[in-house]
Ligand binder design. Structure first.
Ligand code: FMN
Length: 202
């Protein structure tokens, strides 16, 4: 084995070890284009009439970046009180549940089950392809009141992205926090704050 092939093999091995097989490496988000802002605001609305059509990985990447991605090296598309950035987005889909790692544009698998039934009580929640759960990590020094406020900005980013991309969405305060804590294996510092369902219209 040459020195070069050895280095490449080592690199691939390191990559395989750091990224579990079930994680999803998202494509780079598309951060330009979209609908003019005033048009997106005109179209912003809640819609619960979801089909089961899935989002492709590019759309998922763009959606999550719009929601809570980095638009500067250490700051994001939504503000947070005292810049605590304490919110984490979990993505609940048919093939599993994932934690969005915005720096690495990676979905880290936390469950290989279909947890959509645990993501909300309304029937459309388990039909729609994507449920985003906003989880506050109290160990980051924020208070829950601020986390509720901060969630609103992320939610509106999702609303505007969906309006622009022809997706439908509804933000949800109605969910069973206990069921979600179990399904997502949350620890004692992690509190589900808000949920938002995303998909295509029937
Ligand atoms: C904090 C919050 C919690 C909400 N919770 C739910 C919910 O649990 N289920 C639901 O179907 N809609 C929920 N909604 C959506 C509202 O019903 C919706 O925004 C409202 O009817 C106005 O409709 P619009 O968004 O189309 O303007 C919630 C909205 C907000 C802001």
């Amino acid at each position: 084995m040459t020195k070069r092939t050895f280095s490449i093999s080592l690199l691939l091995l390191t990559f395989a070890i750091t990224m579990a097989a079930q994680d999803i490496q998202l494509p780079k988000p598309k951060t330009t284009g979209g609908m003019p802002l005033m048009e997106a605001l005109s179209k912003r609305q809640s819609n619960r009439d979801f089909s089961d059509k899935e989002l492709d990985n590019q759309t998922l990447s763009d959606l999550l970046w719009a929601a809570w991605g980095y638009n500067r090296p250490d700051k994001r598309t939504a503000p947070s009180s005292r810049n605590k950035q304490e919110l984490e987005l979990y993505v609940v889909m048919k093939n599993g549940s994932y934690l969005y790692d915005a720096q690495n544009n990676l979905l880290k698998q936390v469950s290989n089950q279909d947890n959509r039934k645990a993501a909300g009580m309304q029937p459309f929640v388990s039909v729609a392809p994507v449920n985003i759960i906003f989880v506050a990590d109290k160990s980051k020094g924020s208070d829950l009141e601020s986390s509720h406020t901060n969630s609103g900005f992320i939610s509106q980013n999702i609303y505007l992205f969906c309006a622009s991309e022809g997706l439908i969405t509804v933000v949800r305060g109605m969910f069973d926090a206990k069921a979600l804590t179990t399904a997502l294996s949350l620890n004692e510092n992690q509190v589900p704050i808000l949920a938002q369902t995303v998909g295509y219209k029937k």
